[in-house]
Design a protein around this ligand. Structure first.
Ligand code: ZN
Length: 191
């Protein structure tokens, strides 16, 4: 029987969807790409299908993921960018041979190298991270207000006042926590 893995949290921004493959970093962390196969599935869902993935490629991917998380977090709080994490992002960006391809319908597709290497896919993700960290895209990096999450996310709301990386999970969790806290207060005042 097939093992059940945690489902993916997919957003509109490739780099932060990728960092969201590890959630609740400051709580009970959930690893959403626990196996090479699961990374391949995530890449396929995100338009970067690869034909194989080794354990060391999975490790490289997770290293890139945590480097993006570290650098994006520093950028969100306007801190100096950690040099070693920047180096990992640049290294992954330089290693790929992905080419942007325009379809007849006017959509962009990524064409990876002949062997459809994980490295090519990671270079696309690294370049995406560079573009949001460098402030080249319309939006602002921010940190999720959930204390157990604190994920760096890309806020494209008009007012740039989004508080949570994902309203359906972190936002709801915060609301429930507040509700429980308020209910606790009511009990105390009643007794
Ligand atoms: Zn969050």
């Amino acid at each position: 029987m097939r093992a059940q893995f945690p489902e993916f949290r997919l957003g509109n921004v490739l780099a932060t969807s990728f960092t969201a493959t590890l959630t609740e970093r400051h709580g009970d962390a959930v690893e959403r790409i626990p196996t090479p196969q699961r990374l391949m599935e995530w890449l396929a869902v995100n338009g970067l299908p690869v034909q194989f993935c080794t354990i060391s490629q999975l490790e490289r991917a997770r290293n890139l993921r945590e480097s993006i998380h570290t650098v994006a977090t520093a950028a969100a709080i306007q801190d100096a960018l950690p040099a070693s994490a920047v180096q990992v992002i640049n290294g992954c960006s330089a290693q790929g041979r992905a080419a942007a391809h325009l379809t007849p319908e006017g959509k962009r597709q990524w064409r990876l190298g002949a062997a459809s290497c994980v490295e090519d896919a990671l270079s696309v993700i690294a370049a995406d991270a560079i573009s949001i960290i460098a402030g080249e895209r319309d939006g602002k990096l921010a940190l999720c207000a959930s204390p157990t999450c604190q994920a760096a996310f890309f806020d494209t709301s008009q007012s740039r006042t989004r508080k949570w990386c994902d309203m359906n999970t972190c936002g709801n969790r915060q609301k429930k926590a507040r509700f429980r806290a308020n209910r606790g207060k009511n009990y105390r005042s009643a007794g």
